[in-house]
Ligand binder design. Sequence first.
Ligand SMILES: [Zn+2]
Length: 252
Amino acid sequence: MKVYFHPMFYEEYTSDPAAESGRMEAIVSEIESHVEFLDCQPATEEQILAAHTPEHIEKIHQQGLYEIASLAAGGALQAATTGLKEPSFGLVRPPGHHASANSCWGFCYFNNMAISLYGLRASHGISEIFVLDFDLHFGDGNVNILEHETWIEIINPESLNRERYLDRVKSCLLATRADVIAVSAGFDNHLNDWGGLLHTDDYRRMGNWVSEAAQRNSGGCYGILEGGYNHNVLGRNVLAFLRGLEGEAGQD
Ligand SMILES: [Zn+2]
C-alpha cells in the first residue's frame, strides 16, 4: 500500500500529544516492512483556501505552523488521489478533524480531510463521498466545514458499547453508495489509549468493511491519521487498519 509520509513529521512542532516525539517512529517501525512510503508534497494555498478563510491561514502562518500543516494537508490530498485507484493512507501530522474554516483546536490546524475532499472533487468530479471518522473525539471541524455539502455524508460513530459501535460502522458502510470512502483514522479509542474501547483487530475489521464498500461501489478509499497517543499500541493499530483496507478479511 502507498503511504504518504515526510521526515518532517518526525519533528516536535508543538508541545501537544499529537506532536510528541516518538509517535511517528512508533508507527513507521511497525508498518515499514508492509508498505511503500512516498513523500508528501505540501498543499497549495489555493487548495487550503477551499476549506479555510484567508484569516485562518494567516493565523497558522503567524504560529509558524504553515509549513508542517500544509505538508499534512498535501499528504492527505495525495492519499485521496491514489485512493481512487488503490487503497492508500496519509501518515501525516498535525491531525485535522478539529479544524474548522476559521478556527481550530485539539492539536489540529488545517482540516486535512476537507482539503483532500475538495481537491478530489475539483480534480476528479467525485459525485458522492462517505466520511467515516472513528477517532475517539467527534470530528467537529469535518462536520462544520462539510456538513452543508450534499455530496458528503459523515459518520462519527459514538457508543460506549464495543459491539454496538462496530455494528453502527458496519451498517453504515453496508448502506452507502458513495464512490469514495474517506476515513479520519484516529486510534485514541483503543483499549490501551484514551478511549479504552476498541481492540486492535477492530481496526482491521473496520478497514475491511471500508474496502468492501469501496469495491462494491466500484469506487476508491483512503485514510488519514488523526489521533492516537499510546505509542506502545499505535503502530499495531495503524497496521491492522491498513491490512483491513487492503482487503484482509480475517474472521468477522
Ligand atoms: Zn481524538
